[in-house]
Write a protein that binds this ligand. Structure first.
Ligand SMILES: Cc1ncc(COP(=O)(O)O)c(C=O)c1O
Length: 352
């Protein structure tokens, strides 16, 4: 075999990674990009200026490692959560990483891992499954109702049966857009603690990546008295800063302390910390876009229903609709929408 013929399967990789595919949402160079649920608006110019100032300042100290504990950033994030989440959290309750994907990875490295299991209620965010696989954590796919809400009874039964170490609840959920009622989270939290009463319980992660777009308030106040509950957040959606890579969580301080056991030292660069701090200074301006997007989302839901599609109620910055039974199904519809979006943008450009 020549070395040019070598593929993944010829390498001594972990058995459970053989034949698997990486995360692969298409990143296409087209005028209308909606498929990774980013915020479509560019950052406002005054914020771009502020980021430039803050990064210039940070650049002067790049000969040193960054603040390993990101204290200033965690303090500002705690302030944001306290103001908007109707629940007081301090920097000791907050942890930040390179995107909420890394936050989830650190959670699974700490609370999952070989011989342990996580459960999620699918369809849901595919990275929960992939990060479970990457950290050697077993994965169980839990049920939903036909309308994509979580089937509380079936979910509690699945938790009792599989006794997972980690439970993922995504609210609002990706890809359905559905938010989860606090009573459901509480029922599943209790079920998870009961199922693992032989140990110190199970970690319940509420992924609130889209919560700023929701009709419902944040589930943050549920943290009160629940040391095994975590709420994860991101600046990729509402803050319109997916390129920044900044995710964070709120939890009991013991959870934050536990994550120190697995996080790489200096994982958040000084440039990332400076940029995130600048964005947090402009929170109010950024959240104005959220209101515009919510209005557009609701308009889209109504419009799609008016022309006969089934549309799932959305609490996120995207809308799930169907059904596409024709040739090629949903994928063919996706391709047509993509072709049409490129075409109309090009036409608009030519006409202008
Ligand atoms: C439910 C959910 N959680 C987390 C993320 C990842 O966010 P981040 O960009 O912070 O890694 C996404 C991204 O699409 C998501 O849909």
């Amino acid at each position: 075999m020549s070395t040019t013929d070598i593929g993944i399967d010829d390498l001594p990789i972990r058995e459970e990674l053989r034949g698997k595919s990486p995360y692969g949402a298409p990143q296409l160079d087209v005028p209308v990009q909606l498929n990774t649920n980013e915020n479509p608006y560019p950052l406002p110019e005054p914020l771009v200026e502020r980021i430039t100032e803050r990064v210039r300042e940070a650049a002067r100290g790049l000969n040193r490692y960054p603040d390993r504990d990101a204290v200033e950033l965690r303090t500002e994030l705690a302030g944001y959560l306290t103001r908007t989440g109707k629940y007081p959290v301090g920097p000791e309750n907050v942890w930040a990483a390179n995107g909420s994907n890394e936050v989830i990875q650190q959670l699974l490295q700490t609370f999952g891992g070989p011989g342990r299991t996580a459960i999620g209620f699918e369809p849901s965010y595919s990275m929960h499954t992939l990060i479970a696989r990457g950290t050697g954590t077993g994965w169980v796919s839990g049920p939903r109702h036909d309308d994509f809400t979580i089937d509380e009874k079936a979910a509690a039964d699945a938790i009792a049966g599989h006794r997972p170490d980690v439970v993922f609840i995504t609210s609002p959920n990706n890809p359905t857009g559905t938010a989860v009622a606090p009573e459901t989270v509480l029922a599943l939290y209790d079920a998870a603690q009961q199922a693992r009463a032989d140990t110190a319980g199970a970690l319940v992660v509420v992924d609130e990546a889209y919560v700023e777009f929701s009709h419902r308030p944040s589930l943050l106040p549920l943290l009160e008295g629940r040391p095994n509950l975590v709420v994860s957040r991101t600046m990729s959606k509402a803050f319109g800063a997916a390129g920044l890579r900044l995710g964070y969580l709120a939890a009991h301080r013991a959870v934050v302390d536990a994550l120190q056991l697995v996080r790489l030292p200096y994982h958040l660069s000084a440039v990332t910390q400076a940029t995130a701090l600048a964005a947090l200074e402009h929170t109010d301006a950024l959240l104005t876009y959220v209101e515009q997007l919510k209005e557009e989302r609701d308009r889209l839901v109504t419009g799609l229903r008016d022309i006969g599609y089934e549309v799932t109620d959305s609490d996120a910055n995207f809308v799930q609709f169907g059904r596409f039974d024709g040739e090629g199904g949903a994928h063919a519809a996706w391709q047509k929408i993509l072709d049409r979006a490129c075409w109309s943008a090009t036409t608009a450009y030519r006409a202008g």
